[in-house]
Design a protein around this ligand. Sequence first.
Ligand code: 3PG
Length: 315
Amino acid sequence: MDMFKTIYDLGIIPVVAIDDADKAVPLAKALREGGLPAAEITFRTAAAEEAIRRITTECPDVLVGAGTVLTKEQCDRAIAAGAKFVVTPGFNPEMIAYIKSTGIPMMPGAATPGEMEQAMSMGLTNIKFFPAEANGGVNKLKALAGPYQAAKWMPTGGVNTKNLNDYLSFDRILCCGGTWIATSADIAEGKWDDITRKCKDAIKTMLGFKLEKLCIYGDSANAEKNAKLVASLFGFDVAETECGVEAGSLCFGKEESDAKGCIVISTLNGNRAKAYLERLGAEIDPDIWYDKKGNVSCFGLKDTVAGFEICIETK
Ligand code: 3PG
């Protein structure tokens, strides 16, 4: 699979500075447990190379890349250790050309229009925007999005659960990176449960799952009557839709079905929600709806729950 599609689907890449390679595997397991099986291990510490090697060997399902790659030697060591992608903090043309020549997927760091143009002229459109908040945040990227149509960004530096969705709600963001999920102190102190919890919090924020609607099947002949009754009692609005007649957040189905109904859950990003549920092992119904841009707009779980279908809609 395309590496950048995997990174997009993850939505968040924990950036890690690890001092003790013995902590690498427990860290990878904590991230995986939290639903974010990925890490950018930065070459800010001597343990980076060994940490990449151990995660690659012992947790092959965790996507591990190398960050803060400043020298050709670090790049070679990262690749030899099994890094699946390489990230640089800044734009050093010689280094970028070298990393690109190795063939490994990479995200060059860039903060200015000139650096971004250089990256794109080398065919590198997935760019780390660093340090993001200090450089104008998502508003700067929105201003650059017009001239740089091909660019996709990984903002890093000052990103956290509070401003995560300011970035992720902009469709030119590949993913967000940051150290807040697994700080060096968390790792040094072995706070694996805290790291797992922070992954879950970040995913919750990113996907924004919310109960949206309940569709009731089984009395299709009376759909309109039922909807109008409920609406008149509780002051809900009535609306006719493709699926049935709605009364507020209730929908009375017009078609007969074997299921009792459908629980509709909304999400802020259907692509990432689908990928996340698949990572959890949920089976997805192959009948998936896409919008004009090719993004997942609606999908369902293959199996019913308590007789109800579960549909996930992008809000
Ligand atoms: C990086 O290397 O990408 C940044 O230092 C991460 O920045 P943060 O610590 O603000 O998340």
